[in-house]
Design a protein around this ligand. Structure first.
Ligand code: F3S
Length: 283
């Protein structure tokens, strides 16, 4: 019996940097805030809360803040929120991942040239809300190949298409092919980040070999949910858990190979805990 742990499991470099930036401020500054939870991981967020880091949950809450340091999380924030923080003269540390910043820049520049922007991603995800806010003209969010098939626009429209950094790579390809088949004047920029692409490709490969696949990630973490979606297509016994407490493996006698992967917001210690537990239970 064997356990395969994905090499690209857990914190990506953007999340690592953002979390480090918050911990660095503790003890140095009073009134530390993050705009929204710094990552989709309750264990990390509650540890930070215990150390005095507060989460700003909405624009109204931001309005009430008079002083302090705000840390902007790795998937970025909306342009108007960013401007509000600056106008209020609040100190801020921008931990937006460079891959996300790049998308903001593309959307800003291409829409200034008069192009219509299409963002392939989940409309209600904060990263996508942030990307959309940088458009200076028409912008659409397409969540699936089905929506791409239904989408209609004047043939002469110049379009620039980008993606949420953590979008499912195969679905992105499928979506792009649909747009291309419609004969639009479209400039496609694959902005899925390398960390996501590697994580998904590896997870898919492992899931297709194992009897049981475990995906560790926050319930609200979009990249973890996508990993689960990818893995469950290859392995019928795929479990999606937040922590070890959620894992209830049954019928382990028939299990020869277990795979483990984790989303970008899963700390190393949780992956290790799960790995140790699985190794103990299947021997
Ligand atoms: Fe950045 Fe990609 Fe992570 S965009 S925050 S490296 S998932």
């Amino acid at each position: 019996m064997e356990v395969i742990v994905a090499e690209h499991a857990g914190f990506c470099f953007g999340v690592t940097k953002a979390v480090e930036k918050v911990y660095e401020q503790i003890g140095k500054k009073d009134n530390i805030y993050t705009y929204g939870p710094i990552i989709h991981n309750e264990t990390v967020v509650s540890d930070l809360e215990k150390k005095g880091v507060k989460v700003i949950g909405s624009e109204d809450e931001l309005d009430d803040i008079k002083e302090g340091t705000i840390i902007i999380r790795s998937h970025g924030i909306k342009k108007d929120i960013y401007e509000k923080i600056q106008q209020k003269n609040l100190e801020y540390i921008d931990a937006t991942c460079p891959f996300v910043k790049r998308i903001h820049k593309i959307v800003d520049e291409e829409s200034q040239k008069g192009k219509t922007i299409i963002v392939v991603g989940s409309a209600d995800h904060p990263e996508v809300e942030g990307i959309v806010s940088y458009a200076n003209g028409p912008v659409f969010v397409i969540e699936s190949p089905k929506e791409a098939a239904e989408f209609q626009i004047d043939q002469g429209t110049e379009i620039c298409l980008v993606s949420q950094t953590t979008f499912n790579y195969n679905k992105f390809k499928e979506t792009v092919e649909i747009f291309q088949s419609k004969g639009y004047n479209i400039n496609i920029v694959n902005t899925i980040c390398n960390a996501t692409e590697e994580r998904q490709t590896e997870a898919e490969r492992i899931a297709s070999q194992v009897d049981v696949m475990i995906v560790i990630g926050g319930a609200h973490s979009s990249n973890s949910r996508k990993l689960y979606e990818i893995c469950s297509q290859k392995c019928a016994r795929t479990y999606f858990i937040q922590t070890l407490d959620d894992l209830h493996l049954d019928n382990t006698k028939a299990v020869k190979l277990v795979g483990i992967t984790a989303g970008a917001s899963t700390p190393k210690n949780i992956i290790e805990e799960v790995q140790n537990y699985v190794r103990r239970s299947i021997i």
